[in-house]
Design a protein around this ligand. Sequence first.
Ligand SMILES: Cc1cc2nc3c(=O)[nH]c(=O)nc-3n(C[C@H](O)[C@H](O)[C@H](O)COP(=O)(O)O)c2cc1C
Length: 228
Amino acid sequence: MHNTPTDDTTRTALVVFAHHRPDSLTAHIAGLAIRRLSAAGYRIDRLDLHGEGFDPRMTVADQPEWGNREKTYSPEVHDHMRRILAADLIVAVFPVYWVQMPALLKGWIDRVWNYGFAYGRSAPRLAGKRMLWLGLAGAADDDGYVELMQQSLGPQLNEGIAYYCGLSHSTVGLLTGAEDKPQRVDDAGNLVLGEALTGAAHTAHYEALERRAMGFVDELLASAAVAA
Ligand SMILES: Cc1cc2nc3c(=O)[nH]c(=O)nc-3n(C[C@H](O)[C@H](O)[C@H](O)COP(=O)(O)O)c2cc1C
C-alpha cells in the first residue's frame, strides 16, 4: 500500500498487474495508471502479482465448495479478498496471451474471486466497484486479429467476470501495437514481424500508446465521478 495522506473519505484504487519483468511495458503502463489515479486523489494499493509471489495454481483450500458459500479459504486468498473489498476502483494491467489474460492473472481470478465472496450471493459484495482491464497486445493496430481480441475480451471480462460478480461498471482497454516490431498475421497464417520502430517514430508510437492507456483510465475516473 502506498503511503498517500488519506482521510476517511479517500477512495482506493487497486492496481493489479501481471508480468514477470519489472521493466516490462506492462509494468510501465501500470506505473502510469498509478500516477494518474494517485493524482486524482485515490489511495493506491499496488498489487504486483509476480513480485508478491502469487501462485496462480488452484489449491484444495481455495476450491469452492458448492453449497458452502461461507467456506474459509486460505489466508493468502482472504488477504487478497480484503484488498479487493477495500477498493472502489480496480485496474488490471496485463499482456494479452492467446487472446486472453495470462495464467498469472487468470489464477488470481480463479482463486480469489471465489464462490461466496465474488459471486453466489443475492447481494453481491463487489457491487458498486468499477473496473478497467488494460490489455497490452503485440498485434499491430491494423492486424486482423485485433477485432477477434476485442470481440473475445469484451464479453469474457465484462460479462463473464465483472457483471457476473455484480460490479457496476467494467470496460476493456485494448492497447494494440505493444511490440516495437509490429506483429501481423498474413493470409497464410504466418506471424510477420515488421521493421523495428526507431528514433522519433518509436517515441511517437509509445507516446500514443501511453495516451490511449491514460484515456481509458480517465474514462474510468470520469465514470466514478458521475456515479459519486
Ligand atoms: C504466450 C504469448 C501469447 C501471446 N498472445 C498474443 C495474442 O493473442 N495477441 C496479441 O496481440 N499478442 C500476443 N502476444 C504478444 C504480447 O501481447 C506482447 O508481447 C506484450 O503485450 C508486450 O508487452 P510486455 O513487453 O509488457 O510483455 C503474446 C505473447 C506471448 C508471450
